[in-house]
Design a protein around this ligand. Structure first.
Ligand code: AMP
Length: 125
């Protein structure tokens, strides 16, 4: 999928739309999700035009990949989530219901988060 430079996270990175910022450095921006699914729900996005994890890991320079992953860890630490535990998740494509076509890692925490995935009603995987 080609990168859409007018997606909402690109606009946040350019400062055209506000966000509730948690952390920012040369490589990444972290901000609170507008529709939180847990007591703490923060998104971390790389500063570059990447749609998904596959796109990012294939195309981004190594220093950006390292800087982005460090920013995810640093954000979780700053949010005070390390001791109690937390979950990270990155949706990609239709099966995962990715809504925003700019790579983002969700950080969820602040309570026991339950099973990793909701089971199909039939119980089948
Ligand atoms: P995904 O389904 O993984 O693409 O998740 C997209 C996430 O972006 C959702 O959890 C939305 O609530 C969140 N989101 C959409 N627009 C904004 C925004 N302007 N600021 C913060 N979070 C947003």
């Amino acid at each position: 999928m080609a990168y859409d430079k007018n997606n909402i996270f690109a606009k946040i990175l350019r400062g055209e739309i506000p966000c509730n910022k948690v952390y920012e450095d040369e490589w990444a921006l972290a901000f609170h999700d507008i529709n939180p699914q847990a007591p703490t729900h923060v998104l971390v996005i790389p500063k570059g035009p990447y749609v998904s994890m596959a796109d990012f890991t294939a195309e981004a320079p190594a220093d950006l990949i390292a800087g982005f992953m460090r920013a995810v860890g640093k954000t979780a630490e700053m949010l005070g989530l390390v001791d109690g535990g937390y979950r990270t998740l990155a949706n990609a494509g239709d099966n995962a219901h990715q809504e925003v076509p700019h790579l983002h890692i969700h950080i969820f925490g602040g309570k026991a988060l339950g099973p990793m995935l909701i089971k199909d009603w039939s119980g089948k995987l």
